[in-house]
Design a protein around this ligand. Structure first.
Ligand SMILES: *[C@@H]1O[C@H](CO)[C@@H](O)[C@H](O)[C@H]1NC(C)=O
Ligand SMILES: *[C@@H]1O[C@H](CO)[C@@H](O)[C@H](O)[C@H]1NC(C)=O
Ligand SMILES: *[C@@H]1O[C@H](CO)[C@@H](O)[C@H](O)[C@H]1NC(C)=O
Ligand SMILES: *[C@@H]1O[C@H](CO)[C@@H](O)[C@H](O)[C@H]1NC(C)=O
Ligand SMILES: *[C@@H]1O[C@H](CO)[C@@H](O)[C@H](O)[C@H]1NC(C)=O
Length: 387
């Protein structure tokens, strides 16, 4: 008995020291080396946050996120440890220069580079954010092959690595992105449908007008068209905006002033459409809240457009004196879409981007977060844990 115990102790000590030495030699920044292993978690419902700010992470409600997609160059050591402690995957947002899609040696090196990046940072995979126009089916096929080769290479190393793909809100060649969506879905873990920037191309308007960034009816139409291609709802994540658009200087604003409902805007063509949201500019939610609260600015109350189920307001630009129109999302409009995602049994929800809230302003930021997290039926508020 003693000998067995002794043997056990020796084995234990050897295992412990070898794992800690391997972690220090490979640079694991966390106290426990297991936090530097890719998360071994089976497919689950997702709350994915796209992150653009490397210092905001201490403010997230970590027990509700499932994946954080990083769109900056280096991560703080602490971020990795916090994420893995909370069973949150860290994946690198990545793009690919599509001019090289036909170059197999370039692709091979690129995939190797991505693997090295993920392994050396102890992270969990990739989020493809290719948004270039592709109208040639051969090139679309090559993009699918890139994703497939990347997915296979990662899964061969660790089947729990996650590969996800950001796609437009509908498969119907939005912004000339005529990708092979069914192929992308079947060669990855899931697609994130970007249910925003829905007015990037507006066809058939005699006069260009401002409108909603993210309407539930478009989200539904897009998802239906994805599933018509044979893509399972379990492979679709609904991407939602924590930002809106300001359309400056409504051309018809002078007479109607703050009562303006339809704001006429300049024609700014985009990829073959005469009217586009490129006539406006994107602003994060925290900025728009400040704008609404600014006592020195003459703004209308927040209005509700029933067709697009989206809020908007007008204000008088203090410098130009012109009427500007703002289309955005608030907890009410986000909740409608999250409920739709739930009803359709989607894989999850995502947000562009998670750093667009002012977390020091809990009164305004918490309901935005809770609207996304309400995708999980068991978590009624950001207080509760998912686990
Ligand atoms: C990133 O977040 C920090 C902390 O909230 C903030 O101070 C900083 O201004 C942000 N940086 C950018 C570029 O938005
Ligand atoms: C293919 O990519 C490699 C780099 O990986 C480069 O050296 C080569 O010139 C490229 N070939 C073509 C035809 O662009
Ligand atoms: C969905 O597909 C139908 C049939 O191809 C098409 O007419 C419709 O415009 C598509 N809807 C969207 C939102 O792309
Ligand atoms: C705000 O603008 C409207 C015109 O749209 C005007 O009638 C109203 O007097 C203005 N209010 C203030 C406080 O400037
Ligand atoms: C864009 O506007 C031009 C000029 O009015 C018109 O000839 C053309 O048909 C329009 N294109 C689209 C896609 O509506």
């Amino acid at each position: 008995m003693r000998i067995i115990l002794l043997l056990f102790l020796i084995v234990f000590v050897v295992v412990q020291s070898s794992s800690s030495s391997s972690s220090s030699s490979s640079g694991c920044p966390c106290d426990s080396s297991y936090l530097c292993e890719p998360l071994q978690i089976a497919p689950r419902q997702e709350f994915l946050g796209f992150s653009l700010n490397s210092t905001q992470y201490p403010n997230y409600y970590w027990n509700q996120l499932t994946t954080l997609a990083i769109f900056y160059e280096t991560i703080e050591d602490e971020l990795l440890c916090i994420a893995h402690e909370n069973d949150v995957r860290l994946v690198w947002g990545t793009t690919f220069p599509i001019g090289n899609l036909g170059n197999s040696s370039y692709i091979e090196e690129w995939i190797q580079g991505q693997i090295e990046k993920v392994q050396s940072t102890f992270t969990d995979g990739l989020n493809f954010d290719v948004e270039s126009p592709i109208t040639d089916p051969t090139i679309a096929q090559q993009y699918t092959e890139l994703v497939s080769a990347t997915n296979k290479a990662f899964k061969a190393i660790n089947p729990f690595y996650q590969i996800s793909i950001d796609v437009a809100w509908s498969p119907s060649c939005i912004d000339k992105r005529c990708y092979d969506y069914a192929g992308l879905a079947s060669n990855s873990d899931f697609l994130v449908a970007m249910d925003y920037d829905e007015r990037s191309q507006v066809f058939g308007e005699k006069v260009c007008t401002a409108g909603a960034n993210s309407s539930p009816s478009n989200a539904l139409a897009g998802i239906n068209n994805f599933t018509d291609l044979g893509i399972s709802t379990d492979q679709l994540v609904m991407g939602l905006p924590w930002y809106g658009y300001i359309y400056k200087n409504c051309l018809n604003g002078d007479e109607a002033g703050l009562e303006t409902v339809v704001c006429e805007i300049e024609s700014v063509p985009f990829r073959g459409a005469n009217c586009s949201d490129a006539a406006g500019s994107e602003y994060d939610y925290s900025y728009l809240v400040q704008l609404l609260q600014d006592q020195t600015i003459n703004s209308s109350a927040v209005q509700w457009n029933t067709e697009w189920q989206s809020p908007y307001f007008n204000y008088i630009d203090p410098i130009t004196g012109n009427v500007d129109q703002v289309w955005f999302d608030n907890p009410q409009s986000l909740s409608i879409k999250v409920q739709l995602a739930q009803k359709l049994n989607l894989r999850g929800v995502a947000v562009w981007n998670i750093d667009f809230l002012d977390f020091s302003d809990q009164y305004n930021s918490r309901p935005m977060w809770d609207a996304l997290a309400s995708f999980f039926p068991q978590s009624a508020s950001s207080e509760q844990s998912l686990n």
